[in-house]
Design a protein around this ligand. Structure first.
Ligand code: HEM
Ligand code: NAG
Ligand code: NAG
Ligand code: NAG
Length: 488
């Protein structure tokens, strides 16, 4: 079919492309001593839109599981980044935040136009101490379990008599309203209103930001700026500004009100922290709730046991509260196992040290990291290391128990790190765990559920594509059946 000159042209083109690729994709000399993920499969993985967790398991885990390496070089976000695979290195890096500050994010990336830079998640040093203090004290003022309960009731009302439900969409609406009412004191009406304009605008902005081409080559943002996306982002940021101004005049029982009581923050800082609460607070928790329901659907015996525990703890039609939720050890273990096996945040914001560091893995291997090297912890790779999590692909809540189920749940903080570790771990982990426990308990009490027979998720949960390190189940339909009368 081919005339020979066409084949020659193809061959020449291939040679040219590989020379170009070699030139573009060879790591700098000072990093070439480190093990690295081969570039071609990696580029292919990006080009085909392969999701993060699948990519990690396919391309990265072999370095930890078979070769015993503690770090590996990965090409991502337009440069070579060191990925930490070993939990000891992860711990040392996370504990010393002055040696390993978070890296200044690339200017061009539009995500930062939305999130801003003057907030708790991106600042370092003195600024971080200040933000962190304000955010932590707002988060610990009260634990809004009764608010989670009333949102749960709203959600169940929307579920009607059950049937086939797009569960990842429902969990997203629930967590969005939860973070709206408890953190920002604002009702986004995500549960009650199918066409909440705020939700639509947020999704549009995130889809715009998330264009894979621009994520892999952030420089494009400078060369071919996307005015439409930029306009949408600025509109949305303005909406947060309006919520802030309204809140100043209308105090409530929410974290933003508490934050406003702290002196010394500028409007820009308040607003950037609001966007952080909003972004960090809802997708992650929604993903965890989707995974929880998924694994209990796939394992009916686990669902049954968890339900028995809830029925016992909520005797006499009590509503969930701190006391009875604390009795639900098995449910708690199921949530922890969901967070391990399909961890919502697969890797963290890059860190880099201004001085050279020798990092030491748990097996004694050391690696020299030159100054200003970007370093990332890939949480998924630690959660799926067979040495610490035998049969890592299986859902086994019992991993978290000691000798008996009544034993205090034990986890090694450097091996189970869905909320990261060290001083900069998630300040909302308690908030999120109670949010998850409350909805889980209500769900087990009022519903039974199963995966549809021909679910595309039947082997493992299929996560959506996300450039922001999120692994969240997508288009996950689940069949729900009521156990009890609708709650009032
Ligand atoms: C299951 C749900 C959640 C998970 C898995 C999660 C996970 C994480 C992780 C891994 C980090 C560290 C990021 C890094 O260092 O690069 C983090 C930080 C953070 N999270 Fe969460 N999070 C969750 C829920 C929430 C919620 C509900 C909020 C707010 C209401 C929140 C607010 C924050 C903030 C403000 C930080 C930055 C802390 C700092 O840099 O000092 N998170 N989270
Ligand atoms: C962090 O690392 C630096 C440099 O190695 C060291 O001087 C400092 O003591 C460490 N701090 C902590 C809290 O370990
Ligand atoms: C590391 O980065 C900082 C800030 O950009 C710069 O001042 C310093 O010279 C860099 N150090 C090295 C060794 O490149
Ligand atoms: C941000 C980043 O570099 N994430 C990486 C985590 O590990 C996988 C596995 O190779 C990479 O493909 C990702 O790019």
């Amino acid at each position: 079919m081919f005339d020979p000159s066409t084949s020659w042209q193809i061959l020449l083109a291939l040679v040219a492309v590989s020379v170009l690729a070699k030139w573009m994709f060879t790591p700098p000399a000072e990093l070439r001593h480190l093990p690295r993920v081969p570039i071609l499969p990696l580029l292919w993985s990006y080009a085909s839109g392969e999701v993060e967790d699948v990519r990690i398991k396919r391309l990265l885990l072999p370095f930890a599981n078979e070769k015993g390496e503690g770090v590996v070089l990965v090409y991502a976000l337009g440069r070579w980044i060191v990925h930490v695979l070993d939990h000891q290195i992860a711990k040392d890096l996370s504990d010393n935040i002055s040696l390993w500050p978070k890296e200044e994010p690339p200017d061009a990336m539009l995500l930062w136009r939305f999130v801003g830079k003057t907030n708790v998640i991106l600042s370092n040093g003195e600024a971080w101490t200040r933000h962190s203090h304000v955010v932590k004290s707002a988060l610990t003022r009260n634990l809004p379990i009764s608010e989670f309960v009333s949102l749960g009731k709203k959600l169940f009302k929307k579920m009607g008599n059950g049937g086939r439900i797009k569960w990842d969409d429902y969990t997203m609406r629930f967590t969005l309203d939860a973070v709206g009412s408890t953190a920002l004191g604002h009702n986004f009406r995500a549960i009650e209103d199918d066409h909440s304009p705020f939700v639509a605008q947020y999704n549009e902005v995130m889809d715009g930001i998330a264009s894979p081409l621009y994520i892999v080559f952030p420089k494009l943002e400078k060369w071919f700026p996307r005015r439409e996306v930029i306009k949408n982002i600025d509109n949305l940021v303005n909406k947060f500004q309006k919520i802030l101004e309204h809140k100043k005049e209308n105090k409530g029982n929410d974290m933003l009100t508490y934050m406003l009581e702290e002196p010394g923050m500028t409007d820009e800082e308040y607003r950037d922290n609001m966007v952080v609460f909003f972004i960090a607070g809802h997708d992650t928790t929604a993903g965890a709730m989707s995974s929880f329901a998924y694994y209990l659907a796939k394992n009916p015996h686990i669902q049954k046991r968890a339900r028995e525990e809830v029925i016992e703890a909520l005797a006499n039609d009590e509503e969930p509260d701190v006391t009875n939720l604390r009795k639900m050890n098995y449910v708690q273990a199921c949530i922890r196992e969901s967070l391990r096996i399909n961890t919502p945040i697969t890797y963290m914001v890059p860190r880099s040290s201004a001085q050279p560091v020798d990092v030491k893995a748990s097996n004694g291997k050391t690696y020299y990291l030159p100054p200003n090297t970007s370093v990332i912890l890939n949480i998924t790779s630690i959660h799926h290391n067979e040495k610490y999590w035998p049969n890592a692909g299986a859902f086994i809540p019992e991993r978290f128990f000691g000798k008996s189920e009544k034993d205090e749940i034990r986890v090694d903080a450097s091996l189970w790190l869905p909320f990261a570790l060290g001083p900069r771990q998630c300040p909302a982990r308690n908030f999120a765990m109670y949010e998850l426990r409350t909805l889980a308990a209500m769900l087990l009490l009022e519903w039974e559920w199963a995966l549809p027979e021909s679910s595309p998720h039947s082997d493992y949960p299929k996560n959506g594509f996300s450039p922001f390190a999120l692994s969240l189940p997508k288009d996950m339909y689940i069949d729900f059946k009521r156990r009890t009368l609708p709650s009032k």
